[in-house]
Design a protein around this ligand. Structure first.
Ligand code: PRX
Length: 632
């Protein structure tokens, strides 16, 4: 946790600036950031409605924005369906036979889906959903590996007006059940297995455990990849292929109000309970459409490869929706970057002529460890734009990424969140870059760095990163928890507080330093310390636990937990492993702590709150700061 109160003095040392070649700027959709930004600030409603007009609407809006602090509505009165713009809009043009999806499985299998074929499959699955009783407003859980059916499932759910909630397939059965229960999901879509580093992960078994005793779930649809196929049991289970085969390929997109929900995505906050961040059809569509187009300078001839998983927001906005809204050709790959060898992604880039490549700092750092010979042994000359997301990128990793890809591609270091729906602070292809800085806000976005009383911080001083005005793809609420939504806009009055610490340098460039709350970023995955702690405390031997994030050269942050045992239990390596296994079972492999230390006391305030800040400072050998409220 980065503490904004301990005013971070940042040296305004002259940072290295890299200016992309002039032709990159000139060929980009936006070649003059300053003037586009200024125009958008001067009249944001005209700016956003101009962009929205590039898309198809069943009925136009009568008002662009209604802002009743802290509640926003965009494109009021308009009717649309995001999947119409992702599919139908393209199949009516020459793009009908353009490749939408180039999929490669970890086992070497592959599939190519044109826009026409993707449209057909989505319509069939949407018709199938209707026969299973799914209608507008129903919640559908998607727990799948990275296979084309994951795209189809998301789009089909949205097409019938239902709300999808994709759960990352690295979460455990208990974590999945908690989300199913919160969403009161009627249906779960899954697959028998996913493949990761040569192993098959039994996803269907996880779903079986999760839906046991989940009364809302009426059906489970299973994609069967293995042969011989696993058996489909019981009346509520359905086979994906059979359902598609018997369903109509004609299914018009449901006409949705622009403010109707599109999806919820559960993400970690500061409590033990994940929050269902809710996005809507209209504004989310406009935000993801234009950011994909401008940030990546997406053109029809591009081959776009984003390595994220649709289980996280990056996959929603920048694998599925944003690229499809732009009619892009998307490379979608299952598996890890270093399996069967660390050349996997470089090889895919060469094989498919990838032009735009979007990944994470953790992945870059891990590939960097394997050395230059892997990228050097592949022809990467097709690449023209690169991106990173999810956590701060250290300049060393930035420079390596830039160098091994030929030192000609600008790197879009995109800062955003599950809640923002779209990239918020990001370069555009032509702007001068500083390795490690997300640069400046996207046009239409007003960002600032404030102290906790809402006063602007001077340059080079750390504070809270905030967004000062509403934007179309902002979260509309937290599912079933409007108070939690309001907190984003009330912790500093009148602005959206992102929960990150940042500073701005003398050129107005933003540098994101990390979270200011109890949210961890482990390999870019977002986890709450409270979630990890509550998983640990649910072990029979544990009385109390405190989790902190420690800087890690590879993962960005690694989890360390301090554990107080109940009387009668003795610390030891066996118990340590047992508790770690318990976390794996309760939350999933991504939440397993790297370090677990047994202790007999924890630093607490007089009111009993654990002071993780003190633990972290001690762990890192830093000053503990103000400890006047410390009880023990
Ligand atoms: O701390 C910031 C970090 O990721 C958080 C949002 O996490 P999540 O909702 O899981 O979304 C991740 C993908 C958009 C932010 O609050 N973060 C994201 N991008 C960056 C970043 N930190 C620094 N630089 C970035 N480019």
């Amino acid at each position: 946790m980065t503490n904004p109160d301990e005013k971070i003095d940042v040296f305004s040392e002259a940072r290295k600036i890299w200016t992309p070649p002039e032709e990159v700027r000139l060929r980009a959709w936006v070649s003059d950031y300053e003037s586009v930004y200024q125009k958008a600030v001067a009249d944001p409603e005209a700016f956003w409605s101009g962009i929205a007009s590039e898309l198809d609407w069943f009925q136009p809006w009568t008002q662009v924005l209604e802002w009743r602090y802290p509640w926003a509505k965009w494109f009021l009165g308009a009717r649309c369906n995001i999947t119409y713009n992702c599919l139908d809009r393209h199949v009516k043009t020459w793009r009908r036979n353009k490749v939408a999806l180039l999929w490669v499985g970890e086992d070497g299998s592959s599939q190519v889906l044109t826009y026409g074929e993707l449209h057909r499959q989505v319509c069939r699955f949407a018709s199938g959903l209707k026969t299973l009783g799914i209608k507008k407003g129903d919640r559908v859980m998607i727990y799948m590996p990275r296979i084309p059916q994951q795209f189809v499932a998301m789009l089909a759910v949205a097409r019938v007006g239902a709300i999808h909630s994709v759960v990352y397939s690295g979460f455990s059965a208990l974590a999945l059940r908690e989300r199913i229960e919160d969403a009161e999901a009627k249906l779960v879509v899954t697959a028998d297995v996913g493949f990761q580093r040569g192993k098959s992960i039994q996803l269907k078994a996880v779903v079986d455990e999760a839906v046991e005793g989940a009364p809302s779930v009426q059906h489970v649809v299973v994609v069967r990849r293995q042969s011989p196929p696993i058996e489909i049991f019981g009346p509520r289970e359905r086979d994906w292929d059979a359902l598609l085969k018997q369903s109509s390929a004609i299914c018009e997109a449901e006409s949705m109000d622009s403010e109707d929900p599109l999806y919820t995505l559960y993400t970690s906050g500061t409590t033990g309970r994940p929050k269902g961040v809710l996005h809507v059809h209209g504004g989310y569509m406009v935000g993801t459409y234009i950011t994909t187009k401008w940030v990546f300078d997406l053109k029809d001839e591009d081959v776009y490869f984003c390595t994220a998983d649709p289980g996280w927001v990056t996959g929603h906005s920048y694998i599925v929706y944003g690229p499809l809204l732009n009619g892009a050709t998307i490379l979608f790959a299952e598996g890890a970057p270093d399996y069967p060898d660390p050349g996997r992604w470089w090889k895919l880039i060469e094989q498919h002529g990838v032009t735009i490549f979007y990944t994470t700092p953790t992945a870059i750092r891990s590939l960097m460890r394997y050395g230059d010979e892997w990228p050097a042994s592949h022809d990467l000359s097709s690449l023209r734009i690169l991106g990173t997301v999810g956590e701060p990128i250290n300049p060393e990793a930035w420079l390596w990424y830039h160098r091994v890809t030929g030192e000609r591609c600008p790197i879009m270091d995109t800062w955003w969140q599950t809640e923002t729906g779209m990239t918020m602070i990001t370069p555009l292809p032509g702007v001068p870059l500083k390795p490690g800085s997300a640069t400046r806000p996207f046009p239409g976005i007003v960002a600032d760095v404030l102290d906790k009383d809402g006063k602007p911080m001077p340059p080079n001083k750390g504070g809270s990163l905030v967004i000062k005005t509403p934007w179309p793809s902002m979260l509309r609420t937290v599912y079933k928890d409007p108070d939690r939504y309001e907190q984003y806009w009330r912790s500093i009055p009148n602005v959206y507080t992102a929960g990150d610490v940042a500073y701005r340098d003398d050129d107005g460039y933003f540098w994101i330093l990390g979270r200011s709350d109890d949210v961890l970023k482990v390999s870019g995955y977002r986890l709450g310390t409270a979630e990890v702690e509550s998983a640990i405390v649910s072990h029979a031997a544990v009385a109390e636990a405190a989790a902190i994030g420690k800087p890690d050269p590879l993962k960005g942050e690694a989890i360390k937990v301090f554990v107080i045992l109940k009387q009668g239990y003795t610390p030891g390596s066996e118990l340590r492993e047992e508790i770690k296994a318990h976390v794996r079972h309760t939350l999933g492999p991504i939440a397993v702590p790297s370090e677990l230390e047994f202790t007999t006391s924890l630093p607490k305030t007089r009111s009993g709150k654990i002071m993780r800040r003190v633990l972290k400072a001690k762990e890192l050998g830093l000053e503990t700061g103000d400890t006047s409220t410390l009880e023990e």
